[in-house]
Design a protein around this ligand. Structure first.
Ligand SMILES: Nc1ncnc2c1ncn2[C@@H]1O[C@H](COP(=O)(O)OP(=O)(O)O)[C@@H](O)[C@H]1O
Ligand code: SF4
Ligand SMILES: [Mg+2]
Length: 345
């Protein structure tokens, strides 16, 4: 898209359903940053949605808007049957423990002066949950879940750990309040490549162990593929393409998705990446004055006049595959169901 629309929303109960989400920021006199512009997606219970796009496209803002941090400019965020945007402060606070966020830079997200055992235990203290013995047992359990020994590690401070270990501590902390939804915002982007796979595996194990639902944010499609059931591709505040993870990689349909895939290095230097003529040239435009029509048109090799005049709407291309583009790379194929209700694949 970069376009809008809700064709990608599924029927039935989703744990999270976001519709027409808009987040604008003020940027000086009479200037607005259009960070998120009419974005809709849903996440079924137990599912992982990958949210992918270049830096600055609005991924973190989307994640924070789901948590109502801050409240979005407009749109609907329905979580576990409750419309979060309509909740008063007190009621919203009550829902907060059910949604936790993990950030890119694990070391700076942990208080450097505190022992890690206290950092991990802190959410229970803040929320006044559990007595001493219960808290200790929960701390021990989550340390164990993230592969750290509380007796050996608990008294140390964050700076005494590596980035990967600090991310383990952040994950442990996020589990203390038994969340239902975990929003992981580029959780491995700041880590050494050798450590990334360990943290991705840990997140997958944690999801299974605690029955979590996840939004996994990354700028790297290769990282997102392995952890996601479904992937939403974002460009300049809009969604371009939403599909089951395997289908997205096998049949990338939006020119931007093709460009992102083409930019993933091939492991075999003899093999030239297949680009469908879709290299990603130029810079992402400013979200202060995004292009008319399709926001991707200034960089799109397939752009035509219509793309400047008319914003593309999401439409179904294949079962559980939706794209917002006037001239997609693949044509729609015929299929039986009019709308997929597939859950975890
Ligand atoms: N608090 C803010 N005030 C003004 N602009 C912001 C603020 N937060 C984010 N932005 C802008 O919104 C856009 C989207 O940012 P962000 O959601 O952080 O992107 P991503 O996470 O995809 O890198 C960027 O242009 C960014 O500069
Ligand atoms: S072909 Fe047009 S609508 Fe499709 S991505 Fe390119 S500019 Fe946008
Ligand atoms: Mg971000």
């Amino acid at each position: 898209m970069a376009g809008s629309g809700t064709a990608q929303l599924r029927t039935g109960d989703a744990l999270l359903r976001v519709e027409h989400l808009v987040v604008n920021f003020h940027a000086g006199p009479r200037q607005r940053v259009h960070a998120v512009s009419d974005v809709s997606f849903d996440v079924l219970e137990g599912e992982t949605l990958g949210l992918v796009g270049e830096s600055g496209c609005g991924k973190s803002t989307t994640g924070r808007a789901v948590m109502q941090l801050p409240r979005p400019t407009s749109g609907s965020v329905r979580f576990a049957g409750q419309e979060l945007t309509a909740l008063k402060r007190g009621a919203l606070r009550e829902t907060r423990p059910q949604m936790q966020m993990i950030f890119q830079d694990p070391i700076s997200s942990l208080n450097p002066r505190r022992r890690v055992v206290d950092i991990v235990a802190e959410p229970l203290a803040i929320w006044g949950r559990g007595g001493g013995a219960e808290r200790d047992a929960k701390v021990r359990e989550v340390f164990d879940a993230v592969g750290l020994d509380v007796d050996a590690a608990g008294d140390r401070r964050p700076y005494q750990f590596s980035g990967g270990q600090c991310q383990r501590i952040s994950i442990a902390r996020s589990l203390m309040l038994d969340p239902r939804l975990l929003i992981c915002d580029e959780p491995v982007s700041a880590l050494d490549v050798s450590v990334q796979a360990q943290i991705l595996n840990l997140l997958a194990d944690t999801k299974k162990r605690y029955g979590l639902t996840m939004i996994f944010i990354a700028h790297d499609l290769a990282v997102v593929k392995n952890v996601s059931d479904r992937v939403a591709v974002m460009y300049l505040g809009k969604l371009c393409e939403v599909a089951g993870a395997d289908d997205l990689y096998e049949h990338p349909t939006h020119p931007y998705t093709n460009a992102l895939l083409a930019s993933i290095p091939e492991p075999d230097p003899q093999v030239r990446p297949s680009t469908n003529g879709a290299g990603l040239a130029g810079e992402i435009p400013s979200p202060v004055s995004p292009p008319s029509g399709c926001r991707f048109r200034t960089r799109c090799p397939r752009a035509q006049d219509r793309c400047a005049a008319e914003e593309p709407q999401m439409r179904q291309m294949r079962p559980d595959h939706f794209v917002a583009c006037h001239f997609p790379v693949e044509s729609p194929v015929s299929f039986g169901a009019t709308r997929s209700t597939a859950s975890n694949q």
